[in-house]
Design a protein around this ligand. Structure first.
Ligand code: F6P
Length: 313
């Protein structure tokens, strides 16, 4: 009897998602006896029963494509009991034998709760932020770092030409991985991460010291979740007060706040670049394609062995 296995991508998109979907489909064909059902727009597709059958041809030519062919959303099916019940009922109505959920902490949190209600789920970790427990690296991170590094390289030449301080704000939510890696790879003069509150005076001293040594430009990489010590070590800068379905704030704006303080304290010409969603778009690096393929392959193997209630990593 053919088994029907759902696959969905939830949360923020990330380069490499399509590589996972492709690997799941191809591995299922190798095992034989499976129909892969793509659930559109993350958990929202389960609530609305919006699905698409995925065969060999549907996943051709997607390995190098960013985003997700299934679409995604930040829908939380556990926001109330009625919605949670609907998700479980729809899983049954769709006659699914199992589900591969590709996502970050929120999507996988839902996956765990569905597991607790007897649904067969295998989780696949994804995020550019690289902040998931049980993983060394998540796919998407390497691509985001590559994009940010290229941006920092470009900022160097213009900063140097104008004798400017350039602040580059990168993503990463509450983790400093993207900032740390791209800052190191791009040779930033200062890297500011959420894990260590920013001492603005110390940053300014570093800039003055560089000037004293004849270096009249500086590159500062700041993670969006970084906090300024003086304004309260737990106070993040938000781009909106709106919370998503999972209660997350929208981070953004620390670069602007920091640049203003540096300009005021040092009187050096200071500008800001916010990389934003550019870090999540476009083609995955070779590293991310391989990691994502391995995750998809292993997730399908877990399904085939009936090894549900786990996350590959
Ligand atoms: O988790 C990935 C991420 O890109 C974070 O780095 C960032 O804070 C957030 O998602 C942005 O979310 P949205 O796409 O909803 O603006």
């Amino acid at each position: 009897m053919t088994k029907r296995i759902g696959v969905l991508t939830g949360g923020g998109d990330c380069p490499g998602l399509n590589a996972v979907i492709r690997a799941v489909v191809r591995r299922s064909i190798r095992h034989g006896g499976y129909e892969i059902v793509g659930i559109k727009h993350g958990w929202r597709g389960l609530l609305e029963m919006e699905t698409v059958t995925l065969g060999r041809k549907d996943v051709m030519g997607i390995l190098y494509r960013g985003g997700t062919i299934l679409g995604t959303s930040r829908t939380n099916v556990f926001k109330d009991e009625e919605t949670a019940k609907l998700a479980v009922d729809n899983f049954k109505k769709l006659r699914l034998d199992g589900l591969i959920a590709i996502g970050g902490e929120d999507t996988l949190g839902v996956a765990k709760k569905l597991t607790d209600r007897g649904i067969n789920v295998v989780g696949v970790p994804k995020t550019i932020d690289n902040d998931l427990l049980g993983t060394d690296f998540t796919f998407g991170f390497d691509t985001a770092v590559q994009i940010a590094t290229e941006a920092i390289d470009r900022l160097h030449t213009t900063a140097e030409s104008h004798d400017r301080v350039l602040v580059c704000e990168v993503m990463g939510r509450h983790a400093g991985w993207i900032a740390a890696y791209s800052g190191l790879a791009g040779g930033a003069d200062c890297i500011l991460i959420p894990e260590k509150p920013i001492d603005v005076d110390e940053v300014c001293k570093m800039i003055w010291d560089r000037h004293k040594n004849g270096l009249c430009f500086s590159i500062i990489v700041v993670a969006e979740g970084a906090k300024i010590r003086e304004s309260g070590a737990d106070k993040e800068v938000l781009s909106s007060q709106k919370l998503d379905d999972f209660g997350h704030v929208q981070l953004g704006g620390i670069g602007q706040v920091l640049a203003k303080l540096i300009q005021e304290k040092t009187n050096y010409d200071t500008r800001v670049t916010v990389l934003g969603h550019i870090q999540r778009g476009g083609s995955p690096t070779a590293h991310d394609r391989v990691l994502a393929t391995r995750y998809g392959f292993s997730a399908m193997d877990a399904v085939h062995s009936g090894n549900y209630g786990i996350m590959v990593g």
